[in-house]
Design a protein around this ligand. Structure first.
Ligand code: TRP
Length: 327
């Protein structure tokens, strides 16, 4: 077993299937940055997971570098957080195979995300089925204790826990069994054009998504077009006024103060635009500096890889030995 650790080991994953947005910032990036004093975090760009569905190779590569750059611009400190790219650490895939030998086909096929994506006999990649096993490998290989997960990933985390416990009881104590930690519900940011669904990386352009690198006029337009209602009161009432409530949640999370209940929706939207712009402007500026020197970002990623590889290699060796491979 790994030696006693004083700081909590956390792993946060970002899948490079789209550009990072305000929901990612408030729900995942900010908590990661805030925890840098108390947790030993690994921030991972899950490029292998981006290939479980139809993908454009050049786009995955570009998004991988862009996401890493945005994370740095948003305050991820590479001296305290190991910033890594999943595919650059072969221990992820080495452990993946061993974990496949401790996972049932039915267990993987039951995953909601797999069932939804393969519904109606749609052709899917085999890697979509084994997606959660690779995710378990990501988590277990770094002896992760805590994994921040939203609703969409909680079933995958449960699978990782089940596989870790099963492996430990069949082959001897090998893995730390990770816990899921929930981001605060207040940080659940909905799509501005469709406040019933979560803001997503692949919401179409011009829809209700605020990209972290969107220029000010695009942010302003997206907020101006946000769906509201005909109630006419600025109130937090997610059931009856989901659009207005979402704008209020964004405003609060971005450090703005809610206008009076009697204010117009136009006033609310102006406040939201200003608060969001105040949060995004420094990220955009820092991103522009970093993006001018992609060699630097690549070297940060190489450092991250070098920092985690030795321990990841130890975990793989423990697992190989336990499961019956010749050393
Ligand atoms: N599946 C995660 C997502 O879609 C990304 C991910 C891959 C991840 N490996 C992980 C998240 C390990 C946490 C831990 O968001």
């Amino acid at each position: 077993m790994p030696t006693t650790l004083t700081r909590t080991r956390r792993l946060t994953g970002f899948k490079p299937t789209g550009r990072l947005h305000l929901g990612n910032l408030l729900g995942a990036i900010r908590p990661l940055v805030a925890a840098q004093d108390t947790a030993d975090s690994v921030a991972m760009i899950a490029d292998l997971h981006a290939m479980t569905v139809e993908h454009d190779p050049a786009r995955v590569r570009d998004l991988t570098l862009e996401q890493a750059t945005v994370l740095l611009a948003a305050g991820v400190d590479p001296d305290r957080t190991a910033l890594i790219v999943q595919s650059q650490i072969p221990e992820h895939t080495a452990l993946h195979y061993l974990l496949e030998c401790a996972t049932g086909h039915g267990e993987a096929a039951r995953m909601i995300q797999f069932r939804e994506r393969s519904a109606g006999g749609r052709p899917v990649r085999l890697s979509l089925l084994t997606y959660p096993v690779l995710m378990a490998a990501d988590i277990l290989v770094h002896d992760t204790e805590q994994v921040p997960v939203g609703d969409d990933q909680s079933q995958h985390l449960e699978l990782a826990r089940a596989v870790a416990s099963r492996f430990n009881s069949r082959y001897g104590e090998t893995f730390v069994v990770p816990e899921g930690v929930r981001p605060e519900t207040a940080a659940r940011i909905m799509d501005l054009a469709d406040p019933a669904t979560k803001m997503g990386k692949s919401s179409g352009p011009g829809a209700g998504r605020i990209g972290l690198l969107d220029p000010p006029e695009v942010v302003r337009r997206t907020v101006a077009r946000a769906v509201t209602d005909t109630v006419g009161r600025v109130r937090h009432d997610p059931r009856n006024q989901p659009g207005v409530s979402n704008l209020l949640a964004i405003l609060a999370a971005c450090g703005g103060r809610a206008p009076d209940e009697t204010a117009s929706y136009g006033t609310l939207k102006r406040e939201v635009t200003d608060a969001v712009e105040a949060v995004l402007a420094p990220i955009r500026a820092r991103h522009a500096e970093l993006a001018a020197d992609p060699g630097h970002v690549r070297s940060v990623l190489a450092d991250g890889r070098d920092r985690v590889r030795a321990a990841a290699g130890d975990t793989v060796r423990r697992a190989r030995r336990a499961i019956g491979l010749l050393e």
